[in-house]
Design a protein around this ligand. Structure first.
Ligand code: OGA
Ligand code: MN
Length: 290
């Protein structure tokens, strides 16, 4: 079966399309090994035409580790699949500037999922159920290549620095905090992560930045914030980026440890329905993992 898996790299420093595999079927060890290797190498894998339902999406995701529970649900919930959708249960579209739209709007800025958690996420797995006729692409940027291209002076300036990542900061900036209650937000206090991380499985260094990173600890807030923004802006450019134009049924899996991503705008009068699971970081004591 692994013999039929084809991995076709994108025209960028990251990303590959994977064909010749049906993710609705349980994944044998050999196929899992092949996918895992390809994922570590390319950091983003695109699986066209998979059409997973919630159950098979979760089963596939669990092959990669424990899943994070969804932050929009109250404590004690074990829901692990997010419904990233602009469609209400009754089929109507959400208000373009209502609290759910503002919550979703946060995703349109470069970020890495769950960097605002003490144990940040390992992978995210996103699948498309219904897509707009234009826009709504998801873009990915390679933070390994972004690190490699920095001048040695900048690399040593950043080595050893620690950034404060805060959901209140990042979502507050887009006005998107209202979907969560104060008690939910209290469960998401600011956390510290090194700006330069070594990937635990590949050993490659990468920048760990994005919209949840507020500033660098022990440095001037405004100046270090500007530095982080400049780094992000310069990192997220070709050839370190690619854009995925979704078709319903596609599934994309990325490595949050070394990739930034963002969703592109689309006409608010068109439905876009996506489902996402988040594979928890490997640390044993992770309060978000179920
Ligand atoms: C996500 C995300 C962007 C998009 O699912 O984590 O940021 O294009 N999505 O929906
Ligand atoms: Mn995201």
């Amino acid at each position: 079966m692994t013999n039929c898996i084809r991995v076709e790299p994108m025209d960028a420093t990251l990303g590959a399309a994977v064909r010749g595999i049906d993710l609705r079927e349980p994944l044998g060890d050999e196929a899992f090994g092949a996918l895992h290797d390809a994922w570590l190498e390319h950091a983003v894998l695109v699986f066209p035409e998979q059409f997973l339902d919630d159950e098979s999406h979760q089963a596939f995701s669990r092959r990669f580790g424990r899943l994070e529970r969804v932050i929009t649900r109250r404590e004690g919930s074990t829901v692990v699949i997010s419904n990233l959708s602009n469609v209400r249960e009754d089929g109507s579209l959400i208000e373009p500037d209502g609290r759910r739209a503002l919550f979703l709007k946060g995703n349109s800025y470069w970020h890495t999922d769950s960097s605002f958690k003490r144990v940040p996420a390992k992978a995210s797995i996103l699948s498309a159920r219904q897509v707009p006729t234009e826009g709504g692409e998801t873009e990915f940027a390679d933070m390994r290549a972004a690190w490699d291209r920095l001048e040695p002076e900048m690399q040593s300036r950043l080595e050893g620095t620690v950034a404060l990542h805060s959901y209140r900061y990042s979502q507050g900036k887009v006005g998107g905090l209202d979907l969560l209650g104060e008690d939910d937000l209290d469960n998401l206090p600011p956390v510290e992560h090194p700006v330069v991380r070594t990937h635990p499985e590949t050993g490659r260094k990468n920048l760990y930045i994005g919209r949840h990173a507020s500033h660098i600890l022990g440095e001037d807030v405004a100046e270090s914030r500007e530095l982080l923004e400049t780094l992000c802006d310069e990192a997220c450019r070709p050839p370190r980026t690619f854009s995925h134009r979704w078709k319903a049924g596609d599934l994309v899996m990325w490595d949050n440890r070394c990739v930034l991503h963002r969703g592109r705008p689309y006409p608010p009068d068109q439905p876009r329905q996506m489902r996402r699971t988040t594979v928890a970081g490997d640390q044993a004591d992770n309060e978000w993992a179920v």
